[in-house]
Design a protein around this ligand. Structure first.
Ligand code: BES
Ligand code: MN
Ligand code: MN
Length: 456
């Protein structure tokens, strides 16, 4: 094992160069004009995975963006790991806020800045380099490995879900390993044992056939922007509680043990607030910040558009107003049930003065797992060796739709070991990855495979 770690340590700079190449491909899954780039990224991965010695490296076509698969299955008698990650990235707007171009990865102060650096290309590449180190030094891996890297995570993983269901036998594994989350804080490595789910909607409000002169018609018709604001205002009460009837019916209560464990985490509310530059924090009353983001569901407005927003003033009653809204879900909320409850409530609160259309978009189920199994313990030991510190256990507020599907279809425990940081600007301008976490992550991943091999 020492020679593998030595190899990783001597290749530190080469890893950064390689990752920059992957980060240069604008594989934005949400934007049709980047479809070709997404495929080019899949092909780049095929090349890289073939070069490092993975086998059966292949592109699996879907009705959307391709999935890249590979395996290495010669560790007879040893456990099988399914590694999952995604090579697609979020759009880069607002582009003018990037200090350096999003697809020209740049190192500043030990951080690599680029779209996808942390979410998730850097973390995918970390595992590829750990696999490469084993195969280069020993010509073999200590465990059997199956790799699935998708190109549609940022748009809801719908095709992957079906792929997993259809290919459940081929994907069978003893453990699923994913690095697509953040550490609790800088210097505090962590293992994540729960994710929130998501339901996402677009609400369209139409008042009249076209925009109207607000002097000629103001007072005679409802204003769609105002109506939309009134509708949205009825989604939450002043205490931050979602008002959709039935919304909390299946929310699993936080156990006393979990509550107590989270109180021991190094969390400083004042520092958190200051980092966000929020004048004051806000959330559901009766819950701590960590409880609010990890264990409680929310309703959020992602964006609103209506009427005149240009410079100066224009007297107009807009014909339409639109909002994108979403709800983060926690165990045991069911996205379909919540969607129905939301649609019914919306119909209930919408006035007859306008036409309201609601369109359901992507989503995913919440996921939670026991974390006292041998694989999590193996990951703890690996992380401790790679980062010099044992990991803490945390939930995350974000969503990775396929994790629930893996659990359901493969019945294998998932180990979520992320090396991003909460302040690395995922989905925002100036996304970055701390290069020492990246490097330690390669070491920890290489050790993880060795540790998993000890489980029989
Ligand atoms: N890697 C994130 C999810 C994540 C973030 C997990 C932080 C844990 C901590 C993932 O790429 C993501 O952004 N997911 C989307 C899912 C959605 C598009 C269905 C999300 O959470 O918004
Ligand atoms: Mn991700
Ligand atoms: Mn993401």
């Amino acid at each position: 094992m020492l020679d593998v770690i030595d190899f990783v340590n001597t290749n530190r700079d080469r890893y950064v160069t390689g990752l920059k190449e992957l980060l240069a491909i604008p594989s934005i899954s949400a934007l049709p004009e980047h479809t070709g780039d997404v495929r080019r990224c899949a092909e780049w991965l095929v090349g890289e995975m073939t070069r490092i010695g993975l086998e059966h490296v292949r592109i699996v076509e879907t009705t959307g963006h391709p999935i890249v698969c590979a395996d290495w299955l010669h560790a007879e008698g040893a456990p099988t790991m399914l590694f999952y990650g995604h090579y697609d990235v979020q759009p880069v707007d607002p582009i003018e806020l990037w200090e350096t171009p999003p697809f020209d990865a740049t190192v500043r102060d030990g951080e690599l800045y680029a779209r996808g650096a942390a979410d998730d290309k850097g973390q995918v590449y970390m595992h590829l380099k750990a696999i490469e180190a084993h195969l280069t030094k020993h010509g073999r891996l200590p465990i059997n490995v199956k790799v699935v890297i998708e190109g549609e995570e940022e748009v809801g993983s719908e095709n992957l879900d079906e792929f997993v269901r259809i290919n459940r036998d081929e994907l069978a594994a003893d453990v699923v390993v994913i690095s697509d989350s953040a550490m609790f804080a800088r210097g505090v490595p962590s293992i994540c044992y729960a994710l929130r789910g998501l339901v996402y909607f677009q609400i369209d409000v139409r008042g009249t056939k076209s925009d109207l002169h607000s002097g000629l018609f103001g007072g005679a018709v409802a204003n769609p922007a105002m109506v939309l604001a009134q509708i949205l205002a009825q989604m939450k009460d002043r205490g931050g509680r979602v008002k959709i009837p039935g919304f909390y019916d299946n929310v699993r209560n936080l156990s006393d043990d979990e509550r107590a464990a989270w109180k021991t985490l190094p969390f400083n509310e004042k520092h958190y607030r200051k980092e966000l530059e929020a004048p004051k924090l806000f959330g559901e009353s009766g819950y701590s910040v960590l409880e609010r983001v990890w264990a409680r569901p929310t309703f959020e407005v992602n964006g609103i558009e209506s009427g005149f927003t240009g410079e100066g003033a224009k007297t107009v009653i807009p014909a339409v107003a639109m909002a994108k809204v979403s709800m983060r879900l926690v165990p045991d909320q069911d996205p379909d049930t919540i969607a129905k409850q939301f649609e019914a409530y919306l119909a209930d609160v919408a006035p007859k003065t306008v036409t309201v259309t609601v369109t359901r978009m992507h989503g995913g189920r919440p996921w939670i797992a026991e974390h006292n199994n041998a694989y999590v313990q193996a990951a703890s030991r690996a992380i401790e060796q790679g980062f010099g510190k044992a990991p803490v256990f945390c939930r995350e507020g974000g969503s990775i739709p396929v994790v629930f599907t893996f659990q359901q279809e493969l019945g294998a425990p998932a180990v979520l070991f992320g090396v991003g940081l909460p302040d690395e600007n995922a989905h925002a301008p100036n996304e970055k990855l701390d290069l020492s976490n990246f490097h330690n992550g390669i070491v920890a991943s290489a050790i993880l495979y060795e540790e998993i091999a000890k489980i029989r």
